[in-house]
Ligand binder design. Sequence first.
Ligand code: PHE
Ligand code: ZN
Length: 850
Amino acid sequence: MAKDTPQTFYLKDYTPFGFDVESVHLTFRLTPETTRVISKIRFAPKPDAADKTFFLHGEELQLISAKIDGQDATPDVTDKGLTCAVPSTPFTWEAEVEINPAGNTALEGLYMSNRMYCTQCEAEGFRKITYYPDRPDVMSTFTVRIEGDEPVMLSNGNPMGAGEGWAEWHDPWPKPAYLFALVAGDLVNHPGSFTTRSGKEVELNIWVRPGDENKCAFGMEALKKSMKWDEDVYGLEYDLELFNIVAVDDFNMGAMENKGLNIFNSSCVLASPETSTDANFERIEAIIAHEYFHNWTGNRITCRDWFQLCLKEGLTVFRDAQFTSDMRSEPVKRIDDVITLRARQFPEDNGPLAHPPRPEQFQEINNFYTATVYEKGAEVIGMLKRLVGDENYYKALKLYFERHDGQACTIEDWLKVFEDATGRDLQQFKLWYSQAGTPRVKVSEDYADGTYTLTFEQSTPPTPGQPDKAPRVIPMAVGLLSPNGDEVRGTQVLELTGAKQSFTFDGLASKPVPSILREFSAPVILERGTTNAERAFLLAHDTDPFNRWEAGNALAKETRVAMVLDGAAPDTAYLDALEKLVRDDEQDPAFRALVLSPPSQADIAQTLHERGYTPDPQKIYDAAETFTQTLAQQLETSLPRLYAATTVEGPYSPDAEGAGKRALNGRILSLLTRLDGGEQAARQYEAAGNMTQQYAALAALLKAEKGDAQSQAFFDQWQDDRLVMDKWFALQIACAAPEKTAAAAAGLTKHALFDMKNPNRFRAVMGALAGNHAGFHHASGEGYQLLADSLIALDKLNPQTTARMCAAFQTWKRYGSDRQALIRAQLTRIAGAEGLSRDTNEMVTRILDA
Ligand code: PHE
Ligand code: ZN
């Protein structure tokens, strides 16, 4: 098969563009299939530029005309862009191109979703709109005129005027092209307003399709809370008269921070008690905050090039996590984040797709919007804050905004700010940005004559392209407990910098029990020989809520690992500890729900793999079933009381307290359903006044294979609501038994409401398939085959979403040789598919190279 060798881009090759862009004027003449884009751009050559080539990116454009200073120009055009001879003094470039929004199923550039026009330009989508230096370090002001019949026509910045068939917008803040946005369609707004702390009135709108107006109120409140929080905590104010959010049904990602015109996947903004679960509400609040916070960390200060992506994403994820902790519960948020990190980032960091938070090369940048860039990027900032302290952190951030406002920056700029603000040398710390892989930290201890010694040894396994790693700076938050459960040393941050290092604590009357890596102070894997008795002690006594949960989580894992490896029975001491905790009404319900949530089966597979075993997904599934069944029986007599005590009465409110109670209630219901044949769940389904309860009941029933009637009722009730139907699609697959999972997913791909072109629906089905560990990895290989078939089909329509979902195969090397052979065959088949996109080709090649 003849394929062009794909081009690889390198961080080390960075060269600035040879021209300043002084202003950009764009006119859009909108029609679904033949939209015209007329650009008028003022360029000024940089006298001392090393590279004076006038190259403009442009892909899938039909060039109608090009002029320089009013004279016809004759550029050299390829399928990547154009070059042209240009004057050595400032000049005006004018071009007219034609594009086809209706035919754009990749959802990048200008496309149509449900008859509405919208754009997605990050990272490199603007080049599908017009010829332009489409790179984040080229910043300019934009003036936009939209011509068309749509009732609402929006772009970035402030409105300059509108009339029959046209609207004009001007964004006074210079920005890179990836932050450009345009939306036009039949939309209605949910309005709001916010007065900034300096007294400026900002008009706020959430724009949706008619019929969705009643799902905007929660998002609007979340937006106002975010604006206030950024003022209070970071001293950052909004900088335009208007802030618009638009909900779009077809969107590859969660949402996008376009200046003054955020565009959201409708699943990340629309919310109502009837259609959204507590988890949906929390996620929506976090994503609205995340996109809003980008206004300063991303837009006012942007990235020099895409290798620096974690500069804006890591920081903005860190900020939205701080926000959620402040709005809700700090320990619960931390535990949730660590669960996600281990589920998404650890497999990436310990497999063929491992890359540093700042990668040094890529073929397709869309493949680097990863858990490592986002979540590990945020962890790195959390470590930095812990090392320099809160006061220094905010001092450094203040300097960052003063020094770099309006600039396109690098990780070097970011670290320099911290060095200047705190006087600390961050050379070694910087390794977190350049080295991939999760460090392992081995812990040993010693106690003699009142002195307790903790010794840490760090090492990081090789990752693709990085065989050897240097020791990193690892902040280890540690506390010590006495055997009677009192804390004898409060949390202290030990700075591990060497490959092996010891820390001593004097004056201890007896050998303490250490609580290590409190709050998960670094994204590492701890290796420590300890006993279940000690874990149970920490679960009962640790003053750090994270480590209390962690102790329970470790117990759960040990029990399940022993069940899988030795056919052991569930550990009774652990069952007793769980029972005690669940019945302890003094404890936060959200925390109890977390402790009651078993580690995922993928997590057990990963643990077995780390310990040198080959995980058998079916055995892991069986152990999970046995464990949960045993737990249900052990709790049998208390379940009805607990169920009643955690049922939230009265009108629904999506606050953290109610959500915590409902989470615990849902866990209890799932246990109860194992014993009562689904009676309580059926009653809850009937009576449910909100989606959280309806969904929990349906999930419990489907898991017990007792939910056919309710599933049909759910469909009848919600078939016209796309977002609720995504839940219906996903849940049936998530709850299916291993041997039925692939068939359930295959059946749903034939459903009349399955639509490959809608990424949410595709992810609902294929994401649920890949997420059902034992079902996806069933020995028949049907799961692998179905996913591969679907990815090959989707790649022709939407490469970006296809490539992202290839990651479902990234852990393939940890399974047995039969499964490896089956997966290899599917990966090879994808790699050989005709006309495979650059996106998917890069992913499959990296995974196969494992
Ligand atoms: N920049 C977006 C965010 O993190 C994510 C995104 C990337 C959206 C690429 C679309 C395309 O908020
Ligand atoms: Zn972001």
